[in-house]
Design a protein around this ligand. Structure first.
Ligand code: ASP
Length: 435
């Protein structure tokens, strides 16, 4: 094992003071954003000077720049962190066959939780029927972006050029390359061991950088949230209240009932401690709407606050950010039911099965970035012959739901990481239970 102890307490991990400040930043962003939206929407000044100043200087200026800088500072960490951390993780495995076992358990649990999520969502949509009796607007249109095919998805996992994979941030290719590199280090004997010391040091330095950059997080999340709500407002929710409510309800059920049940049942871990420690990371996911951008924070939380050893976390978390999207699957389940009902199309049982399978598989080839769920939804709708332009119905509230479902996506990654680590004896109870 690398000398970095299992889930060693963070050297400056997200302290609760920081968590509080991040949550405060989110709340303040929400209030300011909604207030601005109301102000701008009601054209208070007849000449429109104040409105255009607020729109240009605050929303398009300060919030835009602050949010973009914050996003960039998170994203810049992703590739080096995944590479270095995963090399350390693989090279520190004393028995390399464990990698296969950890991989099998992780992928199995990811597929299982995603299938459960989408089934739950379809069931809720069938029961509540949020799309029934909805008058369709005449000018509905949505241009589906091309989705990757299955053959392309599978061949794309294997990189022919690791530098290109890193430059493009292709997560699955980076995972494959880093895993192979770490594996080769274990086979190489003493050169590999010498290199591992360097990688372990690099890993510490990059994680330190994560904690340094987290200091600007309260301001970053404030800017991101204020901008979104200033532009978006909450008006769209009222028109789509049923759809919004059902997606939100199932997302909350999955986060607060399914994951806790799995954590308790499979790993005997306290869901309360888990959720409390995940608050800051969920806040990041909510503000950025990107599992990928949140990855550094999720990894840091899982290793240093929840006590998962690097050998498990460095593999499960980057993989989860790419292939495990339970929140997104929930949106797709409800949206499929909703669109079918809105168009008065009855889905057959075999269609439901097709939805579960397509949505589960679609999540594998698509990265965790804002709005990707809609591309996957287009694939699902095509699969069951529903009109893709039906997406136009739900697009108005999708950005807001994207924020919530990204929070669920990363919570699922962290929960599976804890369960797998626990089953491998790689979870430090001491760190998990620490305040
Ligand atoms: N934004 C989500 C994520 O990054 C994906 C989606 O649902 O659009 O996890």
């Amino acid at each position: 094992m690398a000398d970095e102890a299992a889930g060693a307490p963070a050297e400056g991990g997200p302290r609760s003071g920081l968590t509080q400040r991040i949550l405060l930043g989110m709340a303040a962003g929400l209030v300011v954003g909604v207030a601005l939206n109301l102000l701008l929407g009601h054209g208070l000044d007849p000449a429109g000077e104040v409105s255009s100043f607020l729109r240009g200087f605050l929303v398009g200026g300060i919030f835009e720049v602050g949010g973009a800088v914050f996003m960039a500072s998170l994203k810049l960490l992703v590739v080096p962190l995944v590479f270095v951390s995963l090399v350390c993780g693989t090279a520190s495995l004393d028995d390399i066959s464990r990698l296969g076992r950890i991989g099998g358990k992780t992928i199995g649990l990811y597929l299982l939780t995603t299938a459960a999520a989408i089934s739950l969502a379809l069931f809720a949509a069938m029961l509540i029927r949020p799309g029934e009796g909805l008058g369709l607007p005449p000018d509905l249109s949505y241009a589906a972006r091309p989705a990757p095919g299955l053959v392309e998805t599978v061949t794309n996992i294997f990189p022919s050029n690791p530098v290109k994979a890193m430059a493009e941030g292709n997560m699955l290719q980076i995972i494959v390359f880093s895993g192979l590199f770490g594996f080769a280090m274990t086979l190489a004997g003493s050169p590999g061991r010498r290199l591992l010391d360097i990688f372990a040091d690099l890993n510490r330095v990059i994680l330190r950088l994560v904690t340094v950059l987290m200091e600007i997080a309260p301001y970053g999340v404030f800017c991101l949230i204020a901008k979104i709500f200033a532009l978006q407002g909450l008006g769209a929710i009222a028109q789509m209240a049923w759809y919004f409510g059902v997606v939100l309800g199932v997302l909350l059920l999955h986060a607060f009932a399914v994951y806790p049940a799995l954590l308790l049942g499979l790993a005997r871990l306290s869901p309360l401690v888990f959720l409390r420690k995940m608050r800051a990371a969920i806040g990041f996911a909510f503000s950025t709407a990107s599992s990928n951008a949140t990855l550094p924070v999720t990894l840091e939380t899982v290793e240093h606050r929840l006590g998962v050893h690097n050998s498990v976390a460095s593999f499960t978390i980057p993989l989860g950010a790419t292939i495990n999207m339970d929140g997104t699957a929930i949106m797709q389940g409800v949206a499929t039911g909703f669109i079918a009902q809105a168009y008065g199309i009855e889905l057959a049982p075999v269609d439901y099965l097709a939805v579960v399978l397509t949505a589960t598989l679609a999540s594998i080839g698509t990265a965790g970035v804002p709005g990707v769920g809609l591309i996957m939804l287009a694939m699902v709708l095509e699969q069951v012959n529903l009109p893709v332009e039906g997406i136009g119905l739900i697009i108005g509230v999708d950005r807001l739901l994207d924020m919530v479902r990204t929070g669920v996506n990363i919570t699922g990654d962290a929960a599976v990481s804890c369960i797998v680590a626990r089953s491998e004896g790689e979870l430090s109870e001491e760190v998990f239970a620490a305040p």
